[in-house]
Design a protein around this ligand. Structure first.
Ligand SMILES: CC(C)(COP(=O)(O)OP(=O)(O)OC[C@H]1O[C@@H](n2cnc3c(N)ncnc32)[C@H](O)[C@@H]1OP(=O)(O)O)[C@@H](O)C(=O)NCCC(=O)NCCS
Length: 501
């Protein structure tokens, strides 16, 4: 990638937990002393497990061949490209918490950072540099939808090694950007004045969050993208200021957004996990490594899934389930410090796929209906987001299913073991259904109650970190489901209850 600091953590990031076969660009080489190797392993139990039984010499050799990032992602939660506050020339001017706020100050109890007087909000956008003009995208218009799709398909998020780039489908863009209450003015573009070519975007949709019990109206910001030829020209701050202005004019003074880069200041940070469904394809495209000492056949067997689901009463969610799912989801999500508040309309929009839709399917949702009481006791969902495999002779794309919202009545019992067993059964069924729907990999973050099943269901740690940010809102840090070693930890659950696309 031209500028790899801009990778979004949700990116088509590689799996790291099974690393170790081939030398990578930034390998440690001969600089690793045995003492350093020992201390690295001490700090990275997941890696230590993998190396168990290799013997000292072979372990040192395997470590020497590994990517520094592979080793370090097991160690530090933040850090990726973090600069000191003074270097954030733009962000230090914005109503966001500073890195040096400890979270224990009285001001950190929660609330807006700056009061906005709507009268003082400019009615006009800031001028763009000569040769460019502002645009409002009309996504109901097929031509404009195609323009946004083109921009994102060739210029949006790539992984650090420029092997994969997100490829959101047009149906996905409709789904993500035309949710209940959506506003055309929040689909912001920049065009070249002469050619009218779309060269940058930033979009938002309205929603409501609950942050430590406080309900706040926010804009969910997404699809910040600048044409590769216009990078590093400080266009990002201009785009952010413009969408902020348009939100302020609509009476929305807070926003939520995610990024793989560290900006001032994440409210929470989660880690990506990946469960191979078609291991061989993932290996061939360079996504999943062949762990040291394993074979392809062994990896395929390890990732094999049964052909049938096991939860009694499991069936695709239908329109008639909206009320029951909304009730269950709301109760389930309130258990998290920061969560999304769902109306029935939103549940319908975000979770129900209608078979008569002409567009390709984006979201898959399933409910468990108790065969006797007919009560909906559980539900889960995942969405489809492919990545282009850049310049590969055999494979054009990787089809990824992303774990979306889920909820279960077992969450309300005192006993964590019941919840854990139930989630392991439900999520194993989700994997089976995603495999049947021909997905290659199933991705999940460490948010919700995910630390209860990720490792048990053979998800591998990714090198992607997803940082959550709130604009113009301060609250104490929220746990992201990982511990100080960046590994899933049940004691760090209960923080993030919102999934960003
Ligand atoms: C992310 C992207 C828009 C940044 O553009 P750029 O040309 O590198 O950066 P610009 O010169 O326009 O702006 C730099 C400023 O934007 C900030 N910035 C960079 N990436 C950012 C992000 N993802 N979110 C918010 N701010 C970001 C920088 O920190 C810097 O501000 P600072 O001086 O306060 O540190 C561009 O690299 C891109 O389109 N990448 C591919 C898509 C992508 O990663 N989108 C972001 C998804 S979260």
């Amino acid at each position: 990638m031209a500028d790899n600091k801009d990778t979004k953590g949700k990116a088509p990031a590689n799996q790291t937990s099974e690393s170790g076969s081939s030398p990578k660009p930034y390998s440690i080489g001969d600089k690793l002393t045995p003492k350093m190797a020992e201390s690295l392993l001490e700090n990275n139990p997941a890696l230590k497990n993998e190396m168990a039984g290799l013997g000292k010499d072979k372990t040192a050799e395997a470590l020497r061949k590994m990517d520094i990032a592979d080793l370090l992602t097991g160690l530090a939660v933040g850090g990726k490209n973090q600069k000191d506050m003074a270097s954030y020339k733009f962000w230090q001017t914005q109503p966001v918490p500073r890195f040096d706020e400890t979270g224990s100050e009285p001001s950190a109890t929660g609330g807006p950072i700056k009061m906005i007087d709507p009268e003082k909000v400019s009615k006009e956008p800031d001028a763009l540099v000569e040769g460019f003009e502002w645009a409002t995208l009309d996504l109901t218009n097929e031509v404009e939808l195609q323009e946004l799709w083109d921009l994102l398909t060739y210029h949006y998020v790539e992984d650090d090694n420029a092997m994969f780039r997100f490829r959101y489908s047009k149906a996905f863009l409709h789904w993500a950007l035309m949710s209940p209450g959506w506003k055309k003015e929040w689909h912001v573009g920049v065009r070249a004045t002469k050619s009218k070519k779309l060269v940058a975007s930033i979009c938002g949709v309205p929603t409501e969050l609950r942050v430590r019990g406080q309900k706040i109206k926010v804009t969910e910001i997404n699809f910040l993208c600048i044409h590769k030829k216009l990078r590093s020209k400080r266009l990002t701050p201009v785009l952010i200021k413009e969408i902020t202005r348009r939100c302020y004019l609509n009476g929305i003074y807070q926003a939520i957004y995610t990024a793989g880069v560290v900006l001032p200041t994440p409210v929470s940070s989660c880690r990506y996990y990946h469960r191979p469904l078609d291991w061989l394809k993932l290996y061939e495209v360079g996504f999943s490594p062949l762990p040291h000492g394993s074979t392809k056949a062994r990896q395929i067997t390890k990732n094999h899934l049964p052909s049938n689901t096991s939860s009694p009463g499991l069936r695709p969610m239908e329109l008639k389930d909206v009320d029951a799912v909304q009730d269950l989801l709301e109760r389930y999500l309130r258990r998290f410090d920061m969560n999304q508040a769902f109306t029935k309309d939103e549940v319908k929009h975000w979770l129900v796929h209608r078979d008569n839709d002409e567009q390709e399917q984006v979201v898959w949702s399933y409910v468990v209906e108790d065969p006797e009481t007919h009560k909906i006791t559980d539900f889960f969902s995942f969405y489809s987001l492919a990545s282009t495999v850049i310049q590969h002779p055999k494979h054009k794309d990787v089809c990824a299913a992303y774990l979306y919202y889920y909820a279960t009545e077992t969450a309300f019992q005192e006993d964590m073991k019941t919840l854990k067993d139930r989630l392991q059964m439900l999520m194993n069924d989700a994997l089976i259904l995603a495999k049947k729907a021909r997905f290659d990999v199933f991705n999940a973050l460490t948010l919700h109650d995910n630390p209860l099943f990720l490792e048990a269901l053979k998800f591998g740690a990714g090198d992607g970190q997803l940082h959550f940010y709130l604009y113009n809102y301060r609250t104490a840090p929220i746990p992201g489901g990982v511990n100080e070693k960046n590994l899933p930890d049940e004691k760090q659950m209960g923080g993030v209850g919102v999934v960003m696309l």
